[in-house]
Design a binder for this molecule. Structure first.
Ligand SMILES: N[C@@H](CCC(=O)N[C@@H](CS)C(=O)NCC(=O)O)C(=O)O
Length: 230
């Protein structure tokens, strides 16, 4: 059994989708990051960076439990455990890992900043809004170009697509119009229609905040509480 500590955000959705795709038995545990659950000492033992997602697989390598944080590492672990969505053949494997790392190092952090400065910042800082909206647009176009002559980011549908898709669901909040990137749009719609993806994005959906963060939630995520420990 795999315990999944998570919340319905793009990084959480990656893991929810992967688990729905491969069908590994798991239990979802909600970590309400707007309420500060990520600072609970028990959670910090498995996720020292106070971020979701994290997992504990009671049946890890050698039959002993293993705890993991960082969604990219978790995706690789789950794909390897299931023997799906990460090719074994070396060239195909590195191609997939390359696009997975592109998501982890570029798409996630930059789109996250676009989201932050456009939607959550207490003041509109023109330089920051432009910088991250432009960078988001550039990354969308890199993906669009990549998808001009192929169906998925790396060979068959893979963990690289699963990592990237959830971040593009909030394209409007990142200042992007999918009609500007038709190859990406076609890929996005194909993935969104997968039954496992439809189920994955519904995990904890009933706990999703409505109408933005409250001031108390912003203080926890972006204010003094976030920086009190480190
Ligand atoms: N690189 C990390 C990023 C994880 C991350 O940023 N998680 C956010 C939600 S999407 C979080 O837990 N935020 C809580 C906080 O900032 O305190 C990963 O991919 O797992």
């Amino acid at each position: 059994m795999i315990d999944v500590y998570t919340w319905p955000t793009p990084n959480g959705h990656k893991i929810h989708i992967m688990l729905e795709e491969v069908g590994l038995a798991h239990t979802i545990h909600a970590i309400d990051i707007g309420a500060g659950d990520q600072f609970n000492p028990d959670f910090l033992v498995i996720s020292p960076n106070n971020r979701i997602p994290a997992i504990v697989d009671q049946d890890g390598p050698g039959g002993a439990p293993i705890a993991l944080f960082e969604s990219g590492a978790i995706l690789i672990y789950l794909a390897e455990k299931a023997g799906q969505l990460l090719p074994a053949e070396p060239r195909a494997r590195y191609e997939t890992l390359q696009w997975l790392m592109f998501q982890m190092g570029g798409v996630g952090p930059m789109l996250g900043q676009a989201h932050h400065f456009r939607n959550y910042a207490p003041e509109q800082i023109e330089y920051a809004v432009n910088r991250y909206t432009n960078e988001a647009g550039r990354l969308y176009r890199v993906i669009d170009k990549r998808l001009a002559d192929r169906e998925y980011l790396a060979g068959d549908y893979s963990s690289a697509d699963i990592a990237t898709f959830p971040w593009l669901r909030s394209h409007e909040n990142q200042g992007q119009d999918l009609d500007d990137t038709p190859n990406l749009k076609r890929w996005f719609e194909t993935i969104a229609a997968r039954p496992a993806v439809e189920r994955g994005v519904e995990v904890l959906a009933d706990r999703r905040r409505k109408g933005g963060f409250s001031d108390a939630q912003k203080e926890i995520l972006f204010g003094a509480t976030q920086f009190a420990r480190h």
